[in-house]
Design a protein around this ligand. Structure first.
Ligand SMILES: *[C@@H]1O[C@H](CO)[C@@H](O)[C@H](O)[C@H]1NC(C)=O
Ligand SMILES: *[C@@H]1O[C@H](CO)[C@@H](O)[C@H](O)[C@H]1NC(C)=O
Ligand SMILES: *[C@@H]1O[C@H](CO)[C@@H](O)[C@H](O)[C@H]1NC(C)=O
Ligand SMILES: *[C@@H]1O[C@H](CO)[C@@H](O)[C@H](O)[C@H]1NC(C)=O
Ligand SMILES: *[C@@H]1O[C@H](CO)[C@@H](O)[C@H](O)[C@H]1NC(C)=O
Ligand SMILES: *[C@@H]1O[C@H](CO)[C@@H](O)[C@H](O)[C@H]1NC(C)=O
Ligand SMILES: *[C@@H]1O[C@H](CO)[C@@H](O)[C@H](O)[C@H]1NC(C)=O
Ligand SMILES: *[C@@H]1O[C@H](CO)[C@@H](O)[C@H](O)[C@H]1NC(C)=O
Ligand SMILES: *[C@@H]1O[C@H](CO)[C@@H](O)[C@H](O)[C@H]1NC(C)=O
Ligand SMILES: *[C@@H]1O[C@H](CO)[C@@H](O)[C@H](O)[C@H]1NC(C)=O
Length: 436
């Protein structure tokens, strides 16, 4: 990538007494080669060419690490030469024009703004606002509402429930091409909210429900660096994070091979360090073991049928092909419920489920016992130890969580008096025992 430091200095110097260097006004555009820098020098906005590409894109990057592009305006519509200009149009929109003045990209808000200015905030958000108003509620447009592949502190991932608009990350196609790739990172809100990486329309990896104890399978190492924030109200549902200290410079990036990387800036080496990534290991690949099985990286083989279940196909299972999963070895008793508690796990995906926040765990068991197709139940709010979550049909994507994780318990329905063998996945720090 190229930058033009000299242009920047000239540009900024000549306006230093009348304009801030982080602002674009109707009379002051930026051309390819010029940049604006946020007030405390954290972020820079300008034109760049990714990797080996010659194409020009308008983007925002970390000033101290210009190859770390966090947002791209014209992802789908590169400029093929260096004639691009970002300016504020007559109707108050931010527009990116090429040589022949055609609109390459636009903030595309309707209605005419009065006295509009665009400012690059020090959190990496490019905002369009009326010059007089500075509070975040009055932004006419902001880049945080149009995420690329990177989630910065202060950015929301989730849903505007009024409009149904969803904010999610989309991976780049390649290091040379920021157009949308195969992976997205979403807050799924069906049932209990969970964070899910999709490959196209298929689930690729998920955290598990964000229902109290922990952010899905996010290990403690991540929680030492940032605090997750979940906001659920009638207007919106979203996920955000806040670094535990102002000294931490971090980001979450969905890379082109479908990994969500937690990157921390190391000030001593002036490099990014990957602290954690999701999927973390092979058991984080969605549905690794098929239905009614549990994935444990410390076991060999990694996939095992749940107690009371046997491989659907011994032949496939024997050749380490787990896709077909497991089936019950004996039918359950529809008149009563016996359950095996499996603790320290990521609970199965909510494919067929029912949720009742007002039932206790005890009532939940009774409710599940009553229905022959109920296969398991658990607390729906792990931190409160209450609420009732019931699963029907196959239990998909259960994993044992490693010692660095916390996990929760699920109660799996068993055939009558299949008692006795109870300690199952005997990893010392976790318990599995039969509850009747
Ligand atoms: C602006 O938005 C309208 C619909 O809201 C859409 O039809 C149009 O293509 C958009 N224009 C640009 C330049 O993105
Ligand atoms: C924005 O407001 C400031 C302070 O009132 C003023 O100095 C500046 O000239 C205004 N800028 C524009 C582009 O109107
Ligand atoms: C996206 O997925 C399709 C189908 O699996 C594959 O052909 C293509 O190469 C993938 N693209 C990238 C950028 O990985
Ligand atoms: C779980 O219960 C706690 C304590 O009452 C509450 O603050 C939290 O919002 C609940 N979480 C969910 C996902 O309902
Ligand atoms: C949802 O979107 C509408 C329309 O853009 C906006 O007016 C409203 O403020 C948004 N709600 C939230 C909670 O952001
Ligand atoms: C990081 O390094 C820069 C330059 O070396 C220095 O100015 C800054 O104070 C350092 N920040 C922290 C948090 O150590
Ligand atoms: C994506 O992230 C994973 C985990 O950090 C890493 O192993 C992989 O090499 C990355 N892929 C690319 C294309 O950077
Ligand atoms: C695994 O088994 C499934 C059928 O359950 C089959 O479709 C698939 O091709 C097998 N995969 C491999 C790698 O043999
Ligand atoms: C939850 O269970 C209670 C008690 O059985 C019932 O009255 C209530 O309607 C249920 N709520 C939902 C949402 O199903
Ligand atoms: C059992 O639960 C399923 C799924 O919620 C439901 O469709 C079915 O009607 C229930 N059966 C009984 C007997 O309550």
């Amino acid at each position: 990538m190229e930058w033009h430091l000299s242009f920047f200095l000239v540009f900024c110097f000549s306006f230093v007494f009348s304009f801030a260097c982080d602002t674009i006004t109707p009379t002051q555009s930026i051309s390819d080669g010029q940049t604006i820098v946020s007030s405390f020098q954290s972020f820079e906005l300008g034109f760049f060419s990714p990797g080996k590409s010659q194409n020009r894109y308008l983007g925002i990057w970390f000033k101290r690490s210009p190859e770390s592009v966090v947002w791209v305006a014209n992802r789908n519509n590169p400029i093929i030469d260096s004639t691009g200009v970002l300016s504020i149009s007559k109707d108050g929109n931010l527009v990116l024009l090429n040589q022949i003045q055609s609109i390459i990209w636009s903030s595309n808000i309707s209605g005419v703004a009065e006295d509009p200015v665009a400012q690059l905030l020090d959190i990496g958000n490019l905002v369009l606002r009326n010059n007089i108003s500075v509070n975040s509620g009055s932004y006419l447009w902001q880049s945080f509402d149009y995420p690329s592949d990177t989630m910065l502190a202060g950015m929301k991932l989730g849903w505007n429930l009024t409009t149904g608009q969803q904010l999610y990350l989309t991976s780049w196609k390649s290091t040379d091409d920021p157009s949308p790739g195969n992976f997205t990172y979403n807050l799924d809100i069906l049932g209990l909210p969970q964070l899910v990486i999709y490959k196209g329309s298929m689930k690729w990896s998920r955290t598990g429900p964000l229902n109290g104890i922990y952010v899905g399978a996010t290990p403690n190492v991540a929680n030492m660096v940032f605090n997750p924030i979940m906001v659920f109200n009638p207007d919106e549902m979203y996920y955000m994070y806040r670094p535990v200290s102002d000294n931490i410079v971090m980001l979450l990036k969905l890379n082109q091979s479908g990994s969500l990387e937690l990157l921390i800036w190391n000030n001593n080496t002036a490099e990014w360090k990957v602290l954690y990534s999701m999927p973390y290991d092979t058991c984080d690949i969605y549905g690794r073991c098929g239905g009614n099985a549990i994935c444990s990286v410390s076991k060999s083989p990694i996939c095992n049928c749940l107690t009371g279940f046997v491989p659907k196909s011994q032949k496939e299972w024997g050749s380490l092909n787990w896709t077909s999963g497991c089936a019950r070895s004996a039918p359950i008793d529809c008149q009563s419920g016996e359950f095996l508690m499996l603790a320290g796990v990521r609970v199965p995906d909510l494919l067929e489920y029912s949720l009742n926040e007002s039932l206790s765990l005890h009532e939940c068991k009774a409710e599940c016992s009553k229905n022959c197709s109920c296969t398991a139940y658990a607390n729906s709010n792990a931190s409160k130890s209450s609420g009732c979550l019931m699963w029907f049909d196959d239990l998909v994507d259960i994993r044992l969580v490693a010692e660095v994780y916390s996990g929760e318990a699920i109660y799996i329905r068993m055939p009558p008096s299949n008692t006795g063998i109870s300690i199952l996945y005997g990893i010392t720090s976790f318990i599995s025992r039969l509850y009747l």
